[in-house]
Design a protein around this ligand. Structure first.
Ligand code: NAD
Ligand code: IPM
Ligand code: MN
Length: 352
């Protein structure tokens, strides 16, 4: 029987609440599909600063490297907002992405049928099968470029090498080949030199994928097109910062940021899985967070790292079924049953 070792980084704010529900669902999936999972907890973010003085202790990196996969809640919160930049909770998150070489971040924006009416975008615009895969470069660009501050000025640097663009482009083309064979590369090549290199490189890589229809879009237009006509997109590939912003936007097409999962991959088996949202300090401790993004991140883990695609499909189907009747407050609609974070976790387990 397959046995998986998972590192849990519960993090801050709603992190522990949502990770608990996702673990419950993973345990249920293990029982049903005949594999076993053992867990090791490690500290990342504000909780790590409180316990050790730093957001990413060495021990956390070692535990993550020794495991089959990592499940993360979220990090950060007002308590740590006055830490120096390199010692903030968010610096710990960037640090673990860098340390594990997680350069490819997959952020699917899929509409679950019952949620169509919960989206602020009109039904006719969403259609029945909106399914966008945002491929965000995760270990380069302005997040990792040189930064500094001197007197009354500060700077951050957007920098990409050809090799960095090539490898993320290949991930995106490979995914497009398994999907609708359409790839939109999003940049700001009308202004940024780094974007011009990005575009040239993506065009060069596209020669290896003659079956994939490639187009290019400026990021400002893409932000608009996502709400004007989201159905035009299949796979989107973009830089670290543009992917961050566009994926939050795409989450609202799907109804709520509490619905969007993500996988951060390195090319090897080990991946880090996390919802795209943050620690939601405004609702932390109230028991009302939507755990579905984290539960759907477990489905991605089963699919991309643990080679359990049947279990992954089953979790997604269980979520779809539960959404017909039950909603956390962020996706609540009149006539349905409003449930807590924990109840939502229990319902997905029962449905599974
Ligand atoms: P956020 O995503 O935490 O919250 C934005 C809004 O969405 C809030 O109103 C929140 O209540 C709501 N929301 C988010 N997740 C939800 C869920 N699962 N269910 C219901 N509602 C949900 O973004 P923010 O407020 O800009 O950031 C808060 C903190 O989180 C900051 O410290 C930020 O740096 C951090 N952050 C961390 C991550 C991460 O760890 N991956 C991601 C984004 C933000
Ligand atoms: C995300 C978050 C992070 C990012 C922050 C917290 C560093 O917004 O995972 O989307 O910008 O990558
Ligand atoms: Mn973000």
């Amino acid at each position: 029987m397959a046995d998986y070792q998972i590192t849990l980084l519960k993090g801050d704010g709603i992190g522990p609440e949502i990770v608990s529900q996702a673990v419950k669902v993973l345990n249920k999936a293990a029982e049903k599909f005949n594999f076993t999972v053992s867990y090791e907890e490690a500290l990342l973010g504000g909780c790590a600063i409180d316990a050790t003085g730093v957001p990413l202790p060495e021990e956390t990196i070692a535990k993550c490297k020794a495991s089959d996969s990592v499940l993360l809640g979220a990090v950060g919160g007002p308590k740590w907002d006055n830490q120096p930049g390199n010692n903030r909770p968010e610096a710990g998150l960037l640090g673990i992405r860098g340390a594990l070489g997680l350069f490819a971040n997959l952020r699917p924006s899929v509409i679950f049928g019952p949620l169509k009416s919960a989206s602020p975008i009109k039904d006719a615009i969403i259609g029945d099968d909106m399914d966008i895969m945002i491929v965000r470069e995760l270990t380069g660009g302005i997040y990792f470029g040189e930064r500094g501050r001197k007197e009354n000025a500060a700077w951050d640097t957007e920098k990409y090498s050809v090799a960095e663009v090539e490898r993320i482009a290949r991930v995106a083309f490979d995914l497009a080949m398994k999907r609708g064979k359409k790839l939109t590369s999003v940049d700001k090549a009308n202004v940024l030199e780094s974007s011009r290199l990005w575009r040239e490189t993506v065009i060069r890589v596209s020669k290896e994928y003659p079956e994939v229809e490639l187009n290019h879009m400026y990021v400002d237009n893409c932000a608009m097109q996502l709400v004007r006509n989201p159905k035009q997109f299949d796979v989107i590939v973009t830089s670290n910062i543009f992917g961050d912003i566009l994926s939050d936007e795409a989450s609202m097409i799907a109804g709520s940021i509490g619905m969007l999962a993500s996988a951060s991959l390195s090319g090897g088996k080990l991946g880090l899985y996390e919802p795209i949202h943050g620690s939601a300090p405004d609702i932390a401790g109230k028991g009302i967070a939507n755990p579905l993004a984290t539960i759907l991140s477990v489905a991605m883990m089963l699919r991309y790292s643990l080679a359990q695609p049947v279990a992954a499909d089953a979790i997604e189907a269980a979520v779809a079924k539960v959404l017909e009747t039950y909603r956390t407050p962020d996706i609540y609609e009149e006539g349905l049953k409003k449930v807590s974070c924990e109840e939502m976790g229990d319902l997905v387990c029962a449905s599974l």
